[in-house]
Ligand binder design. Sequence first.
Ligand SMILES: Cc1cc2nc3c(=O)[nH]c(=O)nc-3n(C[C@H](O)[C@H](O)[C@H](O)COP(=O)(O)O)c2cc1C
Length: 219
Amino acid sequence: MLTSDLIKNRRSNRKFLDKPVEKEKLDRILETSLRAPSWKNAQSYRILVVQGEAKKKLSDLLVSHALAGNKDNPDFPYQENYPSYLKKRMIELGSNLYKHLGIDRKDMEKRNEMLLDNFRFFGAPVGLIFIMEKGMGYWPALDLGILLGTIMIAVREEGLESVAQASLAAYPDIIREELQIDSKWNIAVGISLGYVNPEDPQNSFVSQRCDFSEIVSFY
Ligand SMILES: Cc1cc2nc3c(=O)[nH]c(=O)nc-3n(C[C@H](O)[C@H](O)[C@H](O)COP(=O)(O)O)c2cc1C
């Protein structure tokens, strides 16, 4: 498939098949993606790959921590104070997604269930957790973003799909403890990936994009 098609037809998939990802495919995706550029080639990230029992144990811990009502405590605080025109886009996303799934915005039970699905890696057989050393700021985070984007395209060349997940960084202490990661590492973000049924409503939602002219200016 053309790279432009891999990019244009990518969307966040939130329901994965219970089908393992071949090790050769996963290795190829990660090895290819690690060709992503970074500031002075620092490559200041590490990737923790969770699968099988390790993923299930981590998932169970995250779900029970969320169900117990614990507040998110991300190492990299969530962005606050988005200007109103950006907030509008974010609200539209939620409302379009709920509409697509036939979920009433007021149905908090279903909405909470959807949130919890994040901690179940949306049923994906592979979870990637990206970590960076404490003290890493904007530029290393930019490099990490490039890596994330590259992985999400490389995944598609192998017939797989993915979703990026800030939610996997919500409870960093649990991840550090469970995966025995030193406290000098921040938990930055995650990706779930695997095979999907593209017809499933959770996977067929196409998010909007604003007008080209709202983003791009030519001089
Ligand atoms: C850094 C990052 C974090 C994200 N975190 C989550 C998340 O925690 N849960 C989720 O369901 N989607 C998450 N998403 C997916 C976005 O909601 C999605 O990319 C956006 O709505 C655009 O839709 P698309 O990916 O289908 O094009 C995240 C995306 C990015 C890039």
